[in-house]
Ligand binder design. Structure first.
Ligand SMILES: *Cc1c(COP(=O)(O)O)cnc(C)c1O
Length: 391
């Protein structure tokens, strides 16, 4: 995948940015994550420029650090929230409830009530039981129904199947929402995280269009909003089109499907705003071979599946790894430090890393600003959660 060549820093970070990260990293003991918030700011500006007509709701779960939330708050972002804990966190940082959407379709009645009491009026749903809970605990609120999407094969981290419902059910729910005194407001979908196939949005929007038209014709319900979720790419080993290409294609789908004065559009980027801003730094604990004749080395580092690299599950996300060393490269298996054999990051895909790597050398895991810190276990084998620093 990353072939026989050593990756170039410049393909991932501007020199001044990497130098700043490295300068801090050099003063710290591994493992830890450093996030350059200037990159988050730039990614936010970029998505706003690419989709000037869309409201941006940051998916807080991607990286809920106060530094990130405060930056996006000041830039005027809204927030996609999945739990009362995330809600308390963003509100403690001064985000008002009108900038919050409760995007999780799986929620307790009492949590719906808490959101309502704090002023949140926009809720996602994909089931009748949840909708009835919302009608009771958050009367009069705006409802958007999440539909199932395909395209799981082309997303590196699929988010389908567990969330969403068939279009027919979505329409039933929106009619029921009206009958229960709620405001049937829109439709949402998530095409899968790190979605490499832009056509996945087209396929989802085609379904949404049918829902909009049929509800208007058959039930007199005029929906006002499409929530296109996340799925926008970060810069890993497997390359994707750039965001501008995504926006050009998706905007064309929207214009063709809904006309120039179509419904309001919401985006919920998580990964694409924060992943590129982070570098996770680890140290090589051990290098070994399993037999005298084995062709590849086993490389054990002080970070693993239980300390931030959860998305290496099934080798789904292929993080670029930089060593700072030059010379001949050779294949390695890369594994974490814990006493669990699931704690292997890459085995099927053999990364090519320098032959002269030694115990104590550092590995720089690029593009790790999203879905790392909060996935870190509390104390498996006694290892503390990964530390994170924001510059
Ligand atoms: C996780 C999540 C997102 C963010 O998706 P990314 O692919 O990380 O951008 C957006 N919306 C919802 C509802 C999510 O659960």
């Amino acid at each position: 995948m990353n072939g026989e060549t050593i990756l170039k820093v410049a393909d991932y970070y501007a020199p001044d940015s990497f130098n700043r990260i490295k300068a801090l990293a050099d003063t710290l003991e591994t493992p830890f994550l450093v996030v350059d918030t200037a990159i988050v700011a730039r990614k936010y500006d970029e998505i706003r420029a690419c989709f000037p007509y869309a409201g941006v709701y940051y998916a807080v779960k991607a990286n809920p650090a106060p530094e990130v939330i405060a930056l996006l708050r000041d830039k005027g972002a809204n927030f996609d929230i999945a739990s009362i804990h995330e809600l308390e966190k963003v509100m403690a940082l001064g985000v008002t409830s009108d900038r919050v959407s409760y995007g999780n379709t799986i929620k307790k009645s009492r949590d719906i009530r808490t959101f309502y009491e704090k002023g949140v009026r926009m809720f996602a749903t994909d089931s009748e039981a949840d909708l009835r809970n919302i009608a009771r605990e958050a009367p009069g609120s705006r409802i958007y129904v999440r539909i199932l999407t395909e395209g799981t094969r082309t997303a590196d981290w699929p988010l389908s199947r567990k969330f969403g419902c068939q279009s027919d059910m979505a329409m039933d729910l929106l009619v029921l929402a009206r009958d229960l005194g709620l405001e049937p407001y829109g439709v949402s979908f998530h095409v899968g995280s790190q979605q490499r196939e832009i056509g996945a949005w087209d396929a989802a929007l085609t379904k949404v269009k049918v829902i909009f038209e049929r509800l208007l014709k058959e039930d007199g319900i005029e929906l006002k909003m499409i929530n296109m979720g996340g799925g926008f790419p970060a810069n890993y080993i497997s390359k994707t089109s750039d965001l501008e290409t995504y926006s050009r294609e998706i905007t064309r789908f929207i214009k063709e499907g809904f006309g120039e004065n179509g419904p309001g559009i919401i985006l919920e980027p998580g990964r694409s705003l924060v992943a590129d801003a982070g570098v996770l730094v680890s140290e090589i604990v051990l290098i070994s071979r399993k037999s005298n004749t084995e062709l590849y080395r086993w490389l054990f580092t002080d970070v693993g599946k239980f300390s931030g690299l959860m998305e290496t599950l099934d080798e789904a996300i292929k993080f670029p790894i930089y060593t700072g060393k030059e010379g001949e490269v050779g294949p390695v298996v890369i594994a974490g430090p814990t006493c669990d054999s699931a704690d292997i990051m890459y085995e099927k895909l053999k990364y090519s890393l320098p032959e002269n790597l030694a115990i104590g050398d550092r590995l720089y895991w690029f593009t790790t600003g999203a879905y790392t810190v909060t996935y870190s276990s509390v104390a498996f084998n006694g290892f503390p959660p990964i530390r994170d620093y924001y510059i």
